[in-house]
Design a protein around this ligand. Structure first.
Ligand SMILES: *Cc1c(COP(=O)(O)O)cnc(C)c1O
Length: 418
């Protein structure tokens, strides 16, 4: 049997036929809003499929109609992205938030409940707690570290068990790298599922990207990405993605068509270019992150380091989850300097190579202060409980030469005066 090629080998060619584009080796930007039908019959057939009036016939492709429904740049990108997660289907969005909110709106109805892990990305947390209640959708929250039985009990005690419709988690949690068990979350979803109503599990996999964690293989029904992060990887585009089975992604794409939050052809083209180097970028970032963590671990001016590579058997459950579901230590490191906000700011203001900016997963290393930036609106008590302190710095490690990154951190620590 022919050996299956690795995704990184297919990122330059998969799904693109040069002969359909004047032989161009790269997929051009199909900067067009609408597509010309060969005949009225063809237009009718395309619409029948696009609007779900009938199933596709054997070998029939969804024809191109209008760029809100589909476009070659998006279609090829979607096909390529499925390879990493071995998903059946993918839907691309104009942002990670567009992907997340579309999934929440498609799989939740008034009177229903979503069970979420905590902490979640600020935007997701806001949408679930401030916007979904307007549609009479409830949220139940469980914390990192809660066991499966504890979460099941929590749902039962809430009196909302009958209304549960979706489990939505994010792991590793930002910015502390705490882990949530994906397989156990699926068991929770199954526990409350009924023959007439399956409860789905959606996982925001942005923090590990498509290389280092594969939620669909661990039982998740939907995996979500802010493609702004590792997938885009150059801090020059905002985009999102959702992957899963044919059946579920058809539903997601159905709502996307009517919300109109698909990505533009230009965004699709940028991401196609990004995907060609996804593996080399992420490999390099992970290698660099291990070196940076090694340095931080031994520097006396650093109080605590939050990094997946620091987990060992003595960390019990957290270590077991990591062994089960993470293929890398990732490239996100948080650490506490000695002191408080003043010292953390002295450090950030002294950085030269590493840029002081939010976001993550890009070619350049970035540093930020979660307590006053990405996590500013997290309730103070919760911040304390989660360990998001005034002295915490979050680093996204890039592809620079690792000694230059470490030297920049070293010289910035020299500027910290507790
Ligand atoms: C950035 C991010 C998002 C939101 O993505 P956008 O592309 O900014 O809309 C969602 N989840 C996580 C974990 C993120 O880091």
């Amino acid at each position: 049997m022919e050996r299956k090629m690795k995704p990184e080998s297919l990122m330059m060619s998969y799904g693109y036929k040069p002969e359909l584009s004047e032989g161009a080796i790269k997929c051009p930007i199909f900067q067009t809003s609408t597509f010309v039908f060969k005949s009225a019959e063809e237009g009718k057939a395309f619409f029948e499929v696009a609007y779900g009036m009938r199933e596709k016939m054997a070998g029939e492709e969804l024809g191109l109609i209008y760029s809100r429904i589909n476009n070659p740049d998006l279609e090829i990108l979607e096909n390529r992205l499925t390879l990493w997660d071995e998903a059946e289907e993918c839907a691309i969005f104009e942002s990670g938030m567009a992907a997340i909110t579309t999934v929440l709106l498609e799989f939740l109805k008034p009177g229903e409940t979503v069970l979420i892990s905590s902490p979640l990305y600020g935007g997701s947390d806001h949408f679930i707690k401030k916007v979904l209640p307007k549609f009479h959708i409830n949220a139940l929250t469980f914390r990192v570290g809660a066991t499966k039985d504890e979460v099941i009990q929590l749902v039962k005690d809430s009196g909302l068990a009958d209304t549960l419709a979706l489990v939505y988690i994010e792991t590793p949690a930002n910015p502390t790298n705490d882990l949530i068990d994906i397989a156990a979350s699926k068991e929770i979803a199954k526990y409350f599922s009924k023959p007439v109503k399956e409860i789905y599990l959606a996982v925001d996999n942005t923090y590990m990207g498509p290389l280092w964690q594969h939620p669909l293989k661990l039982g998740a029904d939907l995996v979500l990405y802010s493609a702004t992060k590792y997938i885009g990887g150059h801090s020059d585009v905002i985009a999102g993605a959702c992957l899963g089975s044919n059946e579920l992604i058809q539903r997601v794409k159905g709502l996307r068509t009517f919300l109109g939050n698909m990505a533009s052809p230009n965004t699709g083209w940028l991401l196609l270019r990004s995907l060609e180097t996804l593996k080399v970028r992420m490999d390099c970032q992970a290698t660099n992150a291990n070196k940076v963590a090694e340095f931080l671990n031994q520097d006396a001016r650093v109080e605590k380091v939050y990094f997946l590579g620091n987990l060992s058997e003595k960390d019990g459950i957290a270590y077991q989850i990591k062994q089960k579901q993470c293929l890398s230590n990732g490239a996100m490191i948080s650490f506490d300097v000695k002191g408080s906000e003043k010292e953390a700011f002295q450090f950030l203001n002294a950085l030269r190579l590493i840029k002081l900016a939010v976001s993550l997963g890009s070619t350049e290393s970035l540093a930020e202060h979660p307590a006053s930036m990405t996590h500013i609106d997290v309730d103070p008590d919760l911040k304390k409980e989660l360990g998001i302190s005034e002295k915490m710095i979050r680093l996204s490690v890039g592809v620079e030469y690792y000694e230059d990154i470490i030297n920049d951190i070293k010289q910035a620590l020299d500027h910290v005066h507790p």
